[in-house]
Write a protein that binds this ligand. Structure first.
Ligand code: SF4
Ligand code: SF4
Length: 147
């Protein structure tokens, strides 16, 4: 019988750095600008992308330096697992934290990094660059396809 994959046998904080990074499906959703309702803490996603997000492959173009270049960039870590509720329901970190399985389109399951795009899960073809939208207009760009 084949051994179970690491995301089924390890908790998030037991994963190696390489395993942790590979868990990201490359959807790009968490790199969209978000608005938070100050009254109830509800998070609303817009379809405006961080300036470092590549519209071609939905990956960060300066991943190693991202935290210096974009102060708002959120460095996900196992220590923040109780705050993962703002992540999309499709996000592998959230799924694993909630004890749910990865979906067939996840690159770790499909073996193909493009499967997340073909399945329509990623932001590919759905986003505007932040340079095209004034910050005071972000509210007009709230979308409901990120759950
Ligand atoms: S939402 Fe999750 S899976 Fe998608 S890019 Fe962000 S961290 Fe990766
Ligand atoms: S800096 Fe990179 S990882 Fe951070 S939000 Fe922007 S595109 Fe995403």
């Amino acid at each position: 019988m084949a051994a179970k994959p690491f995301w089924q046998t390890k908790t998030l904080d037991q994963m190696s750095a390489q395993e942790w990074e590979s868990l990201c499906d490359g959807c790009g959703k968490c790199c969209l600008h978000k608005l938070e309702d100050e009254d109830d803490g509800q998070v609303y996603y817009t379809n405006i992308a961080c300036r470092l997000l590549s519209s071609a492959d939905c990956r960060c173009q300066r991943y190693e330096e991202r935290l210096q270049l974009v102060p708002d960039c959120i460095n996900l870590s196992p220590a923040d697992v109780d705050q993962f509720h703002w992540l999309p329901v499709t996000c592998a970190y959230r799924l694993v934290a909630e004890g749910k399985p990865l979906q067939p389109w996840h690159p770790l399951i499909s073996g193909d990094p493009d499967s997340v795009h073909r399945a329509g899960i990623s932001v590919k073809g759905k986003i505007f660059p932040e340079s095209a939208v004034a910050e005071e207009d972000y509210e007009d760009f709230i979308v409901h396809w990120v759950e």
